[in-house]
Design a protein around this ligand. Structure first.
Ligand SMILES: [Zn+2]
Length: 267
């Protein structure tokens, strides 16, 4: 499931390939992929517009177009955005965006992921975006504000993945952050010490940044077709030795989702 580091990688690789280009046409081949408009309406809105730039909000890519429109791609379970010289559409092709340099942006393999066209001026009030908490990498998210966002009662993993508290962290990156912070996923957030809050705040930023530098987790595919190169420390490694201490990685469920942690490195 693409999360912040993967969507940021998509933004970083897609941006330079589409910014400044004119869109010749949009071909929505799977109507259910475009939620806000019919394929014909969407094609009319987008054709002839220039791409101003590509932003990210949580797990949503925002492609800003001339004339006050934004094409938003909400990543849900899975989806690939690829820029190619030529595309022979197949059954997995959801939509194609033809650019004036002959390249094509292909949206494919969508699993609940979807496209929407929004008025750029109204973006902040769109329900899917309005409910999101701050970005964990936002420089204004100080330790005090971070702590305030995540405070309450419950497992720390559930707090980290609650999109209304922080935007963009899912199960994989929450578990990696918690390993780096030395905290178990099921640990009650109300029991964290001053020092542990500090470590969690730092680990959240450093692990997500590391994930972006690695191009995301290994299944993710960026706009150039390159796979992610991040090696998870705990995620999906149940029963295997911890890379720090050699203890077998434990597995369990937290908040109904699979969880992985090192029983020795994490408290
Ligand atoms: Zn360990």
């Amino acid at each position: 499931m693409p999360e912040l580091p993967e969507v940021e990688t998509a933004r970083l690789t897609l941006g330079p390939l589409v910014t400044g280009r004119r869109i010749e046409r949009l071909d929505v081949r799977r109507p259910e992929a475009m939620r806000s408009h019919t394929p014909a309406e969407a094609a009319r809105v987008v054709a002839g517009r220039h791409v101003f730039g590509v932003d990210r909000r949580g797990k949503t890519l925002l492609v800003h177009l001339s004339g006050g429109w934004t094409l938003a791609f909400h990543y849900a379970l899975w989806g690939v955005v690829l820029v190619r010289g030529a595309v022979v559409p197949d059954a997995s092709t959801a939509a194609l965006l033809a650019l004036d340099d002959g390249k094509v942006v292909e949206f494919r393999e969508l699993q609940l992921s979807n496209l929407n066209l929004y008025r750029t001026a109204a973006l902040a009030s769109m329900p899917a975006l309005a409910s999101l908490g701050p970005d964990p990498l936002d420089p204004s998210l100080t330790l005090a504000r971070f702590r305030e966002r995540l405070s309450g009662r419950g497992a720390i993993r559930n707090m980290l993945t609650d999109q209304s508290r922080l935007a963009g962290i899912g199960n994989l990156w929450a578990l990696e952050v918690l390993f780096a912070a030395g905290l178990r996923p099921g640990r009650a957030v109300q029991t964290l010490s001053e020092e542990q809050w500090k470590r969690l705040h730092q680990a959240t930023r450093s692990v997500l940044r590391r994930g972006i530098r690695a191009g995301g987790e290994p299944e993710f595919i960026d706009a150039t077709g390159r796979r992610g190169r991040f090696r998870p420390a705990v995620y999906g490694r149940g029963g295997q030795p911890c890379r720090v201490c050699g203890t077998r990685i434990a597995t369990g469920r937290v908040g109904g989702r699979p969880a992985f942690w090192c029983p020795k490195c994490q408290r």
